[in-house]
Design a protein around this ligand. Structure first.
Ligand code: ES4
Ligand code: ZN
Length: 325
């Protein structure tokens, strides 16, 4: 009895959204043409044919090269503002947007070009009645020295982002590799989150490092925590947010991890639903809610709890939270 309309109308907070993963084929082609970049395809159908992946490596191999169409501040602005308009239409009232500066600085785009373009869209989102903020992610398959350089480059712009995260390929790249950056960011008053992707070789050890050593406030994905009752208890007690992405899960594993999400809900862990890379994984946040609810027969109460969890574990002021809780 959870309808598409119900999930669409529900007020939501989006906490796990990579802005580079909102690059729709149409905008990709438009920017390629405007910036004279040959991406190898010239129609939407051709672009969509390249969206052929069934694990993280094959996904990232399509994902990173596409970013080459993002060259100018205006391109980053256009990408983010297009997303924010969709967010408003999905009843997203608050969004914390991940961005990957190293995916851009590593190909010669200045950090300030990236953040100024994205931040201008964040400011303009107020006119859409969407409350938005940025989270800077480190690429964990790059060196810790590169992360250090990125953090130092970012600190002069500290008023333009609210926290840090960790993404890209987790294999042999544990959270602890970035312990120093997390410590320094925390000392600067930044919020902390980190990806602990589903079904990794060292999922439990990575979750343990992130929670117990680095003091993250949220885990992105992180649903493998169900395998460890002590960590589940820690997460429940400390109100750690787990930002799960059903459609993304379905791409890199045989299913959306509905069973794990429901188990975490039942154990009072603050799990919530999000969209990860919606232009690549077949849907925005409303679709993630609806498809999980439909396939795992969620009740309205469970769906409402997931949405409440998203506001509760967000990094907006208590004042603003009180409006939604
Ligand atoms: C990502 Cl699906 C996924 N996994 C890891 N890093 C990412 N960055 C963007 N999407
Ligand atoms: Zn992600």
């Amino acid at each position: 009895e959870v309808t598409k309309e119900f999930t669409a109308n529900l007020p939501k907070a989006e906490l796990h959204l990579h802005i580079e993963g909102t690059l729709e084929p149409e905008l990709k082609l438009k920017l390629a043409q405007r910036n004279h970049i040959d991406i190898g395809q010239s129609t939407i159908e051709e672009v969509q044919k390249t969206y052929d992946y069934d694990d993280l490596a094959s996904f990232l191999a399509v994902y990173y090269p596409a970013m080459n169409v993002l060259q100018k501040e205006e391109d980053f602005y256009e990408l983010a503002f297009a997303y924010l308009k969709r967010a408003a239409a999905n009843n997203v009232r608050h969004v914390e947007i991940f961005f990957d500066p190293q995916a851009h600085t590593s190909r010669g785009i200045a950090f300030e070009t990236v953040i100024n373009g994205l931040y201008r869209a964040v400011v303009d989102a107020r006119a859409l009645n969407v409350d938005a903020a940025l989270i800077m992610c480190f690429l964990r398959d790059f060196s810790k020295e590169s992360a250090r350089k990125t953090l130092l480059e970012a600190l002069p712009y500290k008023d333009k982002f609210i926290g840090i995260g960790l993404d890209s390929d987790e294999h042999n790249n544990p959270p602890l590799k970035f312990a120093r950056q997390y410590e320094d960011a925390a000392a600067e008053g930044l919020h902390l989150t980190a990806h602990c992707d589903i079904d990794q070789k060292d999922s439990i050890e990575h979750i343990r490092q992130a929670l117990e050593i680095m003091g993250v406030e949220r885990l992105d994905h992180g649903t493998n925590i169900v395998e460890d009752p002590d960590l589940v208890q820690f997460a429940a007690k400390n109100q750690i947010g787990l930002t799960s992405c059903p459609l993304s899960n379905g791409f890199v594993s045989p299913e959306m991890k509905g069973k794990e999400i429901l188990e975490l809900l039942a154990q009072d862990v603050k799990v919530s639903l999000h969209s990860d890379d919606p232009a690549y994984f077949g849907g925005y946040i409303g679709d993630n809610y609806y498809q999980l609810a439909d396939q795992f027969a969620l009740t309205k109460e469970q769906v409402v709890q997931l949405a409440k969890n998203s506001f509760e574990t967000s990094w907006i002021s208590q004042e603003k939270k009180d409006i939604y809780l």
